[in-house]
Design a protein around this ligand. Sequence first.
Ligand SMILES: NC(=O)c1ccc[n+]([C@@H]2O[C@H](COP(=O)([O-])OP(=O)(O)OC[C@H]3O[C@@H](n4cnc5c(N)ncnc54)[C@H](O)[C@@H]3O)[C@@H](O)[C@H]2O)c1
Length: 358
Amino acid sequence: MKIIVTGGAGFIGSAVIRQYINETDHEVINLDALTYAGNLESLAGVEADSRYHFEHVDIRDSEGVQRVFDRHRPDAIMHLAAESHVDRSIEGPAEFIMTNIVGTYNLLDITRRYMDTLQSEKKARFRFHHVSTDEVYGDLDATGYFTEETAYEPSSPYSASKASSDHLVRAWHRTFGLPVVVTNCSNNYGGYQFPEKLIPLVTLNALEGKPLPVYGDGKQVRDWLHVDDHARALRLVLEKGVIGETYNIGGHNEKTNLEVVRGICALLDELAPDSPGKPHAELITFVTDRPGHDVRYAIDAGKIQRELGWKPQETFDSGIRKTVQWYLDNGEWCRHVQDGSYQRERLGTIENKRAAAE
Ligand SMILES: NC(=O)c1ccc[n+]([C@@H]2O[C@H](COP(=O)([O-])OP(=O)(O)OC[C@H]3O[C@@H](n4cnc5c(N)ncnc54)[C@H](O)[C@@H]3O)[C@@H](O)[C@H]2O)c1
């Protein structure tokens, strides 16, 4: 297959592309605008492969996207390109609306017209895979799980924009017959994640002896999944998922943010004994909570397990150990992706916004 992967220079997209090139015969077209979150260095190991192509295009640019379709005539599109950080969506929602909603609309519209040009066999095989998040469901209290039937109740501009894009994708299936599959996944972690997200941020700050910010009381629960397990699930859904269906993907690894941060500190005490921050847990600093912060996310991943036979290969203990070691081994990647405009500062508090307005 020839697969367009949008957002392929990001955290999850690059993991998907590394797997496609290293483990399959498929050809991949990475369509990415290279925002602050997109880094081609994450693809250094596969970029020389003749089955890998890069197209520097913004999904908001319909002519640019059309050119990519005309040039490569894909068999499928896996759509990951998005603005993805909740704090940034509080700081400035506009980019989220434009990329996540309008950009997704562009892709749907161009895909629909492209499909009209396909021969029946290629048309029957074509898939539009929309990659989304469990945050569209809002949050849970201490019990219960998100299933594919849970009603949408997004809390942040990020999750609302993703929810909107999910609705557009389903409408394009229902109204225009576009052959879509949708996946909603829980929090991912692993190597190559931009260091504004909890796990790389805490790891890198701890190594420099800097404070480790924990929002509110740190009791928010997330269901963590290793990015390579997510990538395997995405490949499976694209290949075997039933058209029009949604699959929830999760790791059955519920942890509070504080447990995650304490776990990283303990691992660093062991793996980086010469670090100036040791004992790292003493760097934990409780800061004002995120406005509208969701309390608990937890995924029921039973459907994808039953129907497609997927289950995660990593436990949280094995995955977090590999991940912390990855950040220890890849200091150069971490330095390069922080281009000076972002220095791991706190974003997305209402106080910040007020201060900026004054
Ligand atoms: N990270 C998670 O825990 C998680 C969990 C569930 C779902 N998701 C979803 O998976 C997808 C990928 O997430 P991620 O963590 O890899 O994100 P990321 O922020 O690491 O990467 C996003 C990528 O999209 C590109 N991009 C952004 N705007 C673009 C535009 N207008 N045109 C073209 N490219 C653009 C960026 O350059 C970057 O390469 C997103 O859709 C996100 O909502 C993420």
